[in-house]
Design a protein around this ligand. Structure first.
Ligand SMILES: NC(=O)c1ccc[n+]([C@@H]2O[C@H](COP(=O)([O-])OP(=O)(O)OC[C@H]3O[C@@H](n4cnc5c(N)ncnc54)[C@H](OP(=O)(O)O)[C@@H]3O)[C@@H](O)[C@H]2O)c1
Length: 234
């Protein structure tokens, strides 16, 4: 490359120059569970409008009332329909069926998959190998009209839900195939005090990120901790 080519090139975008997501509605499928409820609590506390989804609207209403902070409850379909960003926080066992049923409601939406396909036996947690490569890739295959990303895999639901924990001391690895979408997810993670969203590659690399949770669970068991992650030097 010549010097004149370099001069013509647009300057690289500052990776920390992220969009304002404060006006976007965030829905959480499976938001009555530990992870979904914890994320809903933190995001609502940060000022985000949040709708908790459930297979049963009544359960979502109850969970939303318990959380307060303006959080609303709805069945998963209504939650998806009314949200701009939809976090998938259902167990791996219900992942495919949940998304397949919501294809229409999720069309055009920014979907954030945080599902970790794990197995457990006497030796502890281990990573499963989804046929599509990862939970996130399964989501992308099932939701061709959605903007699928993956993030929030390494959080501790216990810390998220603990009102005495002021800051969540962890980075969030964000994966996706479109920069505009991963920027939005990074910005959303950054709304939670202590948390930082770091771009970690395209969806084809989601398997390692999902699997790493098995290692964190092992650390948690040995050290009686709620381990998080930091990506250094970025
Ligand atoms: N717990 C964590 O610390 C953590 C951290 C990071 C990522 N994750 C990931 O987040 C997801 C949720 O974890 P969790 O611990 O919150 O799980 P969970 O409490 O077992 O389930 C979450 C919610 O999903 C719904 N659900 C249960 N079985 C379902 C099925 N077969 N189909 C559709 N929906 C179903 C339930 O809500 P309704 O009955 O109200 O529909 C339940 O409250 C998992 O994929 C996990 O890998 C968890």
């Amino acid at each position: 490359m010549t010097t004149s080519d370099e001069v013509k090139k647009a300057p690289a975008k500052d990776p920390w120059d992220l969009p304002d997501v404060s006006g976007l509605v965030v829905g959480v499928l499976g938001g009555t569970g530990d992870q979904g409820r914890g994320l809903a609590y933190r995001l609502a506390k940060a000022g985000q409008r949040v709708i908790i989804g459930s297979r049963a609207a009544e359960r979502a209403h109850t969970a939303a009332e318990e959380l307060g902070l303006g959080v609303e409850g709805a069945d998963n379909a209504e939650c998806a329909r009314r949200s701009d960003i939809v976090i998938v926080a259902v167990p791996w066992e219900g992942h495919a069926a949940t998304l397949e049923a919501l294809r229409e409601e999720l069309a055009g939406k920014l979907v954030i998959d945080c599902v970790n396909p794990l197995g457990f036996d006497k030796q502890g947690a281990y990573a499963l190998k989804p046929a599509e490569g990862s939970a996130a890739q399964q989501a992308a295959a099932l939701l061709p009209e959605s903007r699928v990303t993956a993030a929030f895999h390494h959080l501790s639901a216990v810390l998220l839900s603990d009102p005495d924990v002021a800051e969540i001391d962890t980075d969030v690895m964000v994966l996706g195939d479109k920069r505009a979408d991963t920027d939005l997810v990074q910005a959303l993670a950054g709304r939670i005090p202590g948390m930082r969203g770091v771009y970690a590659g395209r969806l084809r690399n989601a398997h390692q990120v999902e699997s790493l949770v098995a290692n964190l669970i092992s650390a948690n068991r040995r050290y009686k901790a709620h381990a998080g992650l930091r990506v250094t030097d970025v």
